[in-house]
Write a protein that binds this ligand. Structure first.
Ligand SMILES: [Ca+2]
Ligand SMILES: [Ca+2]
Ligand SMILES: [Ca+2]
Length: 363
């Protein structure tokens, strides 16, 4: 078994009677069942079921609700690669399908065919390597303690909003294989109090890419509801918004943008406060190069039930409440005040956000 930044590769030696089931447990899989589909005890709670047969190849089910009939498990076949030659079977599963996996997490597996479970002695498990590693082309630090928007914002009062969770301290970008990689460090931990499949819950990270900084092409306004724009003379051609449930890549011209949902893998190192994402280069505009593209980065509060016209980020009110940030100027409360809590800016110039502007940084 091998794991890299893009997939879990499994190589099985043995005789296959044409079909088998492979049960996997990953730390942040969505649901769990403790038995095979014909009710043999696995010895662990599986989060994923991969079914292989010679005709169909391999299909994976990643939602194994015990109350649901096995036949109703949603299954995806096109994303799993499989190859059988003589007595060696090779299977590749995209990491994005398995939920976030970080260094030190353990992946557990066992195979069942008609007659037996193997290994016979019990499930095997192995640790995931540090797949968040990559070589950054761009590395920019942000001051700590400026997670207060234009200087006045405070966190919502619910205890899930832990200190430093929205305080960006560094950003890196680079390319690894055919993926663009973006990595965000925050001062606090990246907790997952709402149990998202990616390990990310309360934060949203936006990255805006301006392929020709200073030329004024593209869109100045950020994604809907950020209530902020790039500094004059700059416009983004693509934006990536990263959150626990609904990450996307947006591409824009001056007047509008549209979203796509390519497979984005998210690796969370919770206690280190680090989130690393891999986005297919094919989903970004031609000409994207981390060494020349201007970037803007914003941290916001994720919101599954946003105000009208807002793309899934949390409101800022005059006074903080359980689920709202506080500190908006009276005239801007729940209206025009920016929802950006921290923006990447090594100079720490708060007048930017005070004017609804997020700085564009050139590598
Ligand atoms: Ca900061
Ligand atoms: Ca532009
Ligand atoms: Ca900042």
């Amino acid at each position: 078994m091998a794991i890299d930044a893009e997939q879990l590769a499994i190589r099985v030696n043995g005789e296959f009677g044409g079909s088998f089931e492979l049960y996997l447990q990953t730390p942040r899989g969505l649901s769990r069942r403790g038995t095979t589909i014909d009710d043999r005890l696995l010895g662990f709670d599986a989060t994923h079921l991969l079914r292989y047969d010679e005709l169909e190849g391999a299909c994976i089910s990643s939602i194994l609700l015990p109350s649901t009939k096995v036949g109703d498990y949603p299954r995806r076949c096109e994303i799993v690669s499989s190859a059988l030659s003589e007595s060696i079977l090779e299977i590749g599963i995209p990491l994005a399908e398995l939920g976030s996996i970080g260094a030190g997490d353990r992946i557990v597996m066992r195979i069942a065919d008609d007659t037996e479970l193997s290994p016979f002695s019990g499930a095997i498990s192995f640790p995931a390597p540090d797949i968040a590693g990559f070589d950054p082309v761009v590395s920019i630090e942000d001051p700590s303690g400026d997670d207060n928007g234009p200087g006045t914002y405070t966190y919502p009062t619910d205890p899930v909003f832990t200190p430093g969770a929205f305080d960006l301290v560094d950003f890196q970008s680079g390319v690894s294989g055919d993926h663009a990689v973006f990595s965000f460090g925050v001062e606090g931990a990246v907790a997952n109090p709402w149990g998202s499949p990616t390990g990310l819950a309360i934060q949203t990270f936006d990255v805006y890419l301006d392929l020709d900084p200073g030329a004024g092409t593209g869109r100045a306004e950020l994604l809907d509801g950020r209530n902020a724009r790039l500094a004059d003379g700059n416009g983004w051609e693509a934006a990536i918004t990263i959150e626990g449930w609904d990450s996307a890549v947006a591409t824009a011209d001056r007047d509008r943008y549209s979203e796509a949902s390519p497979t984005i893998s998210i690796t969370v190192l919770a206690s280190e406060g680090r989130v690393t994402v891999r986005v297919p280069l094919s989903s970004l505009p031609d000409g994207y190069d981390p060494a020349t593209t201007g970037i803007a980065v914003a941290v916001l509060g994720q919101e599954g039930f946003p105000s009208a016209g807002v793309r899934r980020v949390r409101d800022v009110a005059i006074a903080a409440s359980q689920w709202e940030f506080g500190g908006a100027p009276r005239q801007g409360a729940n209206g025009s005040a920016t929802r950006v809590i921290d923006a990447l800016d090594p100079a720490g110039d708060r007048t930017f956000l005070g004017n609804g502007v997020v700085p564009l940084l050139r590598p």
